[in-house]
Write a protein that binds this ligand. Sequence first.
Ligand SMILES: Cc1cc2nc3c(=O)[nH]c(=O)nc-3n(C[C@H](O)[C@H](O)[C@H](O)COP(=O)(O)O)c2cc1C
Length: 457
Amino acid sequence: MTTNERQEQRPTTAGHQRFNCRNLSDLKALCQTLALDLPLETQMRELGQPLALGRHQLANRLAIQPMEGCDGEPDGRPSDLTRRRYQRFASGSAALIWVEATAVVHEGRANPRQLMLNETTLPEFSRLVQMIRSESKQPVYLVLQLTHSGRYSRPDQDPAPQVAALNPLLDRPGLIPHVLTDDELADLVPAYVRSAELAETAGFDAVDIKACHGYLLNELLGARTRTGAYGGSFEQRTKLLLDIVTAVRAAVAIDLAGRLNAYDEIPRPYGWGVRADDHHQPDRDELLQLVGQLTRRGVVLLNVTAGNPYYNPHVNRPFDAGPYRPPVHPLVHLNQLLLAAREVRRHVPEAVVMASGLSWTRHLGGHLAAGLIKAGWADLAGFGRQAFAYPQFSRDLLAGEVDPDRCCIACGKCSEIMRDGGQAGCVIRDAQVYLPIYRSGRTGKPPLTSQVIREHV
Ligand SMILES: Cc1cc2nc3c(=O)[nH]c(=O)nc-3n(C[C@H](O)[C@H](O)[C@H](O)COP(=O)(O)O)c2cc1C
């Protein structure tokens, strides 16, 4: 049994701490203290290696994660602020930009400003693609994330949850969710196909059939309590995702990607990818079966993530400050995310695998990213919050000139803006635009704290 396999089985007791590493030696020492075997490289050479993806060749191993800005126009087209975000992303040197969650139907929008792709908004999506390509220093591979927000749908501001199954851990008191019928779920297949066709017309290289972070297709994966065609057995819980992938493959000449939860860290019978006796421990059996089926159906790119930002955000985005004090050290959670990517990559070596959650490592993220690539844990290193804070991070990293004073500090404020219903970006490093938005959203609300322990996580 390897060190990392032992780590997966052993409950950790290392408590939460803020990032406190000045240099690579400090990060190595922290790994040693926490008994983590994370691959860390001194040199950034690996990050400059090209990579074949679908019919394309990526210039390097750096990617920008999908980051929702909640700043689209009411009809779902990108706004000036959306374009500004992507212009900033394009000013770096990441070879791949994964464009944020974009709704396939109005009822599935997570907020009234979530992007939505349809015939009306298509011209503005085409303009966005052209702008990103013309601003980028090199050819950039563009993925569009297609989503239905399921239980987190708020298309017209008020919550209007559409769920795969009732879940006492997540159902909001006093709000009766609509459990989608089998017919309503089946009707989503043509909606995804239509969005994928439009994405291809707009000039994207790939579409991601999003199945993560508690949104509809992720919730279905864990819907053991659901009856009918889309719940219960593994085959039925994965049916809608696989049906959509198959239908898109048959209809549209575009690469297929999947942002997939490796585990929800939500107790069974509701959580996906977790052990029945301990939801803090991953169970990979179903995950690996699923990624095998996805790649056999033509998915060429897998972006491995975990958790649910509404329930246990520290699992998906290790942070220094958040709505509660997490029970374990952020690096332990990051390690879990990266181990999941490694397992997926080992199981489907034919797919390109992207790792998540690296922003907590700030100016040292490049050492971890290069280590992951060299050790074969992932093919691409994705950065999310870091890209909000420091869009040229990838360019500076490749040039060996990362500026610690421009890095993300994992303060949780970009997530907080989202929770407050504002437009998301970096409050610290892009303060001129986002500090006023943050302040206005915070008016009358309790401060963000890392001291409150929420028991259920
Ligand atoms: C403000 C905000 C918006 C996000 N929007 C999306 C999204 O649209 N789609 C998605 O799959 N993940 C989304 N995420 C999750 C990120 O892609 C990423 O997985 C997470 O931030 C951890 O990576 P990092 O440590 O590099 O930030 C979002 C995260 C934040 C903080």
